[in-house]
Design a protein around this ligand. Structure first.
Ligand SMILES: O=C(O)CCC(=O)C(=O)O
Length: 288
């Protein structure tokens, strides 16, 4: 625990490090990402699949995109922000204890920042972005005194199997620590790898690592994204009160409530629960 923080911030739960192995810390620090298999509770995954099928049908998404209307061009990408409010299954997935336990080892005083549902049909993608240099405070990655301090961590949940070339996240491992700017687009290819995923797994990455994706296959990639920042960083998709309705619903002294708290300048004194994230009853599950 950083001594300076200890002087004025509430105690960090000393059990947090029990939920991560040295091998995982090494891999995340070395590469900038970590894959957690079976990250979503099976009942939640089933409910999510039904809900996402419904949304896909409602927006008319096909493997080649959303057909063009009179005014709209054919859309290969579809993103729905603040999806956590649309169904309890999205909240349950976003609160996966297997994921939160890792996130809490990568961010000090973490809180949820953004959530969105994402479809990428064949030809859909997102351009490559991020790198440690030039320095971007919002994304910045630092490891000091054996403690990882990410300012922004993103989690990509696979809601279908995501094969190579099917918009599997393409990353430059280690670019979250690069001290030089990226070389040309063509030269970057030599450093990129794709991370295929199984349905229900989660890819946790520091947003300081270079990443992007492109779907070359005749299928629609279905993913849920959540992101996390330190408690002193504002929300991106709403104001400080964004998560208040979910915060109110959450039981006191739970990690669920903690992750949903409001951002709070440089004195984030909201107390951390003192039990282990992986031992919180009902976390990441559908309410009975
Ligand atoms: O949709 C993707 O494949 C990547 C999302 C992304 O780049 C981001 O969250 O910054």
């Amino acid at each position: 625990m950083n001594v300076t923080m200890k002087n004025y911030m509430p105690a960090v739960n000393e059990h947090l490090e029990k939920d991560i192995e040295l091998r995982e810390l090494y891999a995340f620090d070395l590469n900038g990402y970590l894959v957690v298999e079976d990250a979503i509770d099976p009942d939640v995954l089933e409910a999510l699949t039904r809900k996402v099928d419904e949304i896909e049908a409602e927006i008319g998404m096909t493997v080649s995109g959303i057909p063009s209307g009179d005014e709209k061009p054919n859309a290969k990408n579809y993103r729905r922000n603040n999806i956590i409010f649309e169904d309890p299954a999205f909240l349950a997935a976003a609160m996966s204890p297997k994921v939160l336990a890792k996130v809490a080892n990568f961010i000090k005083y973490p809180k949820i920042k953004s959530t969105w549902l994402d479809f990428k049909a064949q030809g859909g993608g997102i351009g490559f972005h991020s790198n440690h240099t030039p320095y971007t405070p919002v994304d910045a990655y630092l490891c000091n005194n054996y403690q990882i301090h990410c300012n922004l961590v993103t989690v990509c949940y696979a809601l279908c199997d995501i094969p190579l070339d099917g918009a599997a996240l393409t990353v430059i491992p280690g670019s979250h620590k690069s001290n030089f700017p990226l070389p040309s687009d063509e030269e970057q290819k030599a450093f990129q790898i794709q991370v295929p995923m199984k349905k229900g797994s989660a890819l946790i990455f520091t947003h300081d690592m270079n990443h992007g994706s492109f779907n070359e296959l005749p299928y629609t990639r279905r993913t849920l994204f959540t992101s996390f920042s330190t408690g002193f960083s504002a929300n991106t998709l709403g104001d400080d009160t964004l998560y208040d309705p979910l915060f109110e619903q959450a039981a006191d002294n739970t990690w669920e409530k903690y992750f949903l708290r409001r951002p709070k300048g440089d004195r984030d004194t909201y107390p951390q629960p003192q039990h282990r994230i992986t031992e919180e009853p009902g976390l990441g599950q559908l309410r009975k």
